[in-house]
Structures are given as C-alpha cells and as structure tokens.
Design a protein around this ligand. Structure first.
Ligand code: ADP
Length: 212
C-alpha cells in the first residue's frame, strides 16, 4: 500500500479541524483566506483518505487515521538504509583460522568476502566455520574462498529496499543476514549488512512509535 503524503494546505486544514471541529467548509476557507471551491479537492482527499469525517449541516470533524492504517503506512516506509549495520568484510585469501578470530573480535555472525577489486565474492557464516572445523583440515592453511558460499548464489539487497522485502528473503532462504550492496559496472560493492537483529530493532521502533 502506498502511504498518502499530505501537502502543506491539507495539513493546515487538518490542524484547523482538529482544533475547531465540527467546522464547515466555508469556515475553514475563511480561516485560510481562500474560497470554498479552492478547498474542495483538498477536503475530498482528506475525507476519502479517512482523516476527516463530513456530516451534512454539521461540518467536518477530525477522525484521525485508524491505528492499523497508521502502522501499515509506517511498516511500508521502513527501508534498509535506516536500520542497516556496518559490514564486516574479509579478503578471499584470509585463512579460516584468522576469519574465525575476526568473527569473534567483531562480534558478528557472518562475514562478507571480497575479491581483489573489493567486490562481493562470498559469505561466511558460523555454520560454514563449524563444518570446516569438525573436518580434518588445517584451518591455518585453508583460505576462506574454499569454504564460502559464493556469487552468484548470494542473496543481497539494496539500501532503498524495504524491511519487509529483506524479512521475506531472510525467511525464504533460511539465512541470518544479507549484504547491502551498491551496483558497480563490474560487480557489487558491499556498503552494509542487515540481519535478523536489525529486523527486530525495526520491529521495536515500530512498537515505540505507536506506544505499543
Ligand atoms: P548460521 O551458519 O549461523 O546458521 P546462516 O543461516 O546465515 O548462518 O547461514 C547458513 C548458510 O547460508 C551458510 O552456508 C552461509 O554461507 C549461507 N548464507 C548466509 N548468508 C547468505 C546470503 N546472504 N546469501 C547466500 N548464502 C548465505
């Protein structure tokens, strides 16, 4: 659903009706030094969108948006760039041992791997490290590019994508995080990281905004 953005005059009308309703269209027009017919389209929009109620011979009064409508507008507006974290990136040649240390030190659950051009080439999760560690390999000799999930099998998102789109990807692919990327002509540059924790934070901010 596309949220409605009110213009300056529509917001002024809302303020007048909130403070003085019920109030007639004539009276609103008078306060704004406009004619009733100039206001007609704005009043129609505000009424149809559910901000105002109109009663014949009584006038307009403020009905407010229903809470559920306000929450769904708010959800639809939540985008990656407002909730993303800083990405933790390693090079393809880093050893698995060093990458495990890096994961602990940076306190993250996944690392993104980049090639020599600094373009996204892989993802490493805790399970990738566990799987490798229970094998008989020398973690000090093995580079991460041997064990990572690699392009083109990486699920990613852009900073303008909605949180709903990201949540859908995380659930349908059964993964914990997505790299946030910017398209370059030769590949993808990693600019952020979005995880289930960020989605939970977004969810809590929604609860906060609506006093839930
Ligand atoms: P964990 O290993 O902690 O359960 P995930 O569920 O995120 O973490 O990872 C499971 C598998 O999915 C791992 O093999 C990992 O490399 C891969 N993976 C993680 N994130 C992505 C992603 N964004 N795109 C593709 N594969 C991923």
């Amino acid at each position: 659903m596309i949220p409605i953005e009110l213009n300056k005059r529509q917001n002024e009308i809302l303020e007048i009706v909130k403070g003085n309703g019920p109030i007639t269209g004539e009276q609103i027009a008078e306060r704004l030094s406009l004619t009733r017919s100039t206001l007609r389209p704005d009043l129609a929009i505000l009424t149809m969108a559910g901000f105002l109620d109109a009663r014949p011979r009584v006038g307009y009064f403020y009905s407010g948006k229903k809470t559920s409508q306000a929450i769904s507008d708010n959800i639809a507006q939540m985008v990656v760039k407002d909730f993303q974290s800083i990405p933790v990136v390693v090079e393809e040649s880093m050893t698995v041992y060093d990458a495990i240390c890096h994961m602990f030190l940076e306190d993250v659950g996944s690392l993104f791997v980049v090639d020599k051009q600094s373009l996204l080439s892989g993802v490493l999760s805790r399970k990738d490290f566990l799987r490798t560690s229970i094998g008989n390999q020398d973690l000090n000799k093995m580079p991460v590019h041997m064990i990572m999930t690699r392009m083109p099998n990486i699920t990613y998102c852009m900073k303008e994508d909605t949180i709903i789109e990201v949540a859908n990807k995380l659930m349908s692919r059964q993964i914990d995080s997505l790299p946030v990327v910017k398209e370059r002509k030769d590949g993808l540059e990693v600019v952020g990281r979005i995880t289930k924790t960020n989605i939970t934070r977004a969810f809590l901010s929604l609860a906060d905004d609506h006093d839930l």
